[in-house]
Design a protein around this ligand. Sequence first.
Ligand SMILES: [Zn+2]
Length: 313
Amino acid sequence: MLVRIAGFEHMQPLLDVAAQVGPLFGVPELERTRDFREFLERKIGQGEALVALDRRSGRTLGFLCFSRRHNRISFLAVDGGCRRRGVGSRLLGCALSLLDAGRPCGVTTFCQGHPGGEPARALYRAFGFRELGPLEHLGLPRAYMERPAGAGPGTGLPQRGPLAERCNQDPAYCPACRRAEPGERVAELAEAYLDCPAGGPFGRCILTAKEHQGPFYAMEREAYRRFMEDAARAARALQRAAGAVSVKLELGADGLAHPRACLTPLFVDDAAVTREAAGRAADDQEAEAERLWLLQRLREALEEERRRETAPV
Ligand SMILES: [Zn+2]
């Protein structure tokens, strides 16, 4: 399965999927309504539509539209023949990673008991959404669900594609520039912020440059030096705090206007744990408790780094 940002060439396949779910939504011939077609065109134009494709056949399995401005999921539909293949989960996970986890994320979906609506509700619950109450949408009874701020791995930073380009051109639109105080930031370092998002392998941290400037290979020499010093500082602290054998550092050359580095602690039993198993473990309560424990230790280790650097020799 391949998840991509939808282009106008996907318009008809998306309408075909929408045609299938219209009756379920209580809007027969949804795909023919002018409002929906305009909505879809707008979303594709803004780079706010994701499509899941069968990688080999190119068949459209489902799609999702979201709103960066309102930080919400606007539409989700999966082809009737492709249910239970994890299509919705892939699309929603991807959308959440593109939205701002520092703000609540909302969605309007089916009410409890809506025929055929439970899979969607279960999907949202699995991603941390909670029902806040009933509402009426386009004259139909619906439920409003919300995922609280700080509930997941989304950094709000699009990695590539039209979204990244738009953010790069316009700092006013750039979630990294606009970013409010997220509750879980580990630390503010000299040149970058350090985060340890939930949902990934244990201890994986993201270092994001504060300045809106371009990819790391286009950074000014001084900024680059300070950024790499932050990376080294964070790696030392992470290794100590997590009890890791070493730390892998990956620099993002993805065209983002905020240079980023990913720090992953490596452990002696890593080879015995598959990536998939590690991802699953990250969902459970113990993994979350361990992550919060690490956050605290990591802050202390960074403080220790700072003391060492400023200590007179
Ligand atoms: Zn920015």
